[in-house]
Design a protein around this ligand. Structure first.
Ligand SMILES: [Zn+2]
Length: 217
């Protein structure tokens, strides 16, 4: 079951205070219609009832897919990993076994993680591919803001590279490169489930630095 909770919001434009419903848990197995609302970021959007201003709210929410055994938890940047394990809403779901459990810090990472895991891809391999894309492409590093997995199209992985000026450049990587990367690192990439963790760009940089050290020995 998806869980909803009420929250008070103050419009930053007109000052109106109003109640909104936000999701604590989005369970797409029991509520499949919510999947589309997640992927379009619709669950994070709310309009002020007085002036109509559109607000995007980054709030803690857990995405659960019981069939594919995916849990993605959006947590705030201030949270520490140890505190998160004690969060009530995480405890509630932790009894489920064999899940791939991921933590993310904003709605963009949240959608991306859902896209990756829903497509049956290994997110560690995807993060490593991102580092490779950004270091081999002709990207001006100083001007980079973010890079997100955008989906699989015609046997290619699409990455959206967001620049500091707001422009987005698309980089495509062949599925064969991804599969090679995954096969070569399977031991490290396959893991014990039920472990809440961040797997992001920083994770990939750490992983690659460790691999370099091993290779040098
Ligand atoms: Zn307003």
């Amino acid at each position: 079951m998806s869980q909803v909770k009420e929250l008070k919001l103050k419009c930053s434009k007109c000052g109106e205070e109003f109640d909104i419903d936000i999701y604590e848990t989005v369970n797409i197995t029991t509520d499949p219609e919510l999947k589309k609302r997640v992927l379009t970021k619709d669950i994070f959007k709310v309009n002020c009832p007085k002036c109509g201003e559109l607000h995007r709210i980054n709030y803690p929410v857990i995405y659960a897919d019981e069939e594919k055994k995916i849990l993605v938890s959006l947590v705030t940047k201030q949270s520490k990993l140890d505190d998160l394990k004690d969060l009530d809403n995480i405890k509630k779901i932790n009894y489920l076994s064999e899940y791939c459990c991921r933590l993310v810090v904003d709605m963009h990472e949240f959608i991306e993680k859902v896209l990756v895991l829903d497509a049956g891809l290994n997110d560690k391999a995807i993060e490593v591919m991102k580092v490779i894309v950004l270091s081999s492409g002709d990207f001006d590093r100083k001007n980079l803001r973010n890079c997100y997995f955008g989906g699989v199209y015609e046997d290619k992985l699409r990455f959206d590279v967001v620049m500091r000026d707001g422009t987005i450049r698309v980089a495509n990587v062949g599925m064969d490169s991804y599969e090679k990367c995954y096969e070569a690192n399977r031991k490290e990439f396959d893991e014990n489930p039920q472990e809440w963790r961040f797997v992001n760009f920083d994770w990939a940089l750490d992983f690659m630095a460790k691999q370099l050290k091993i290779d040098k020995k």
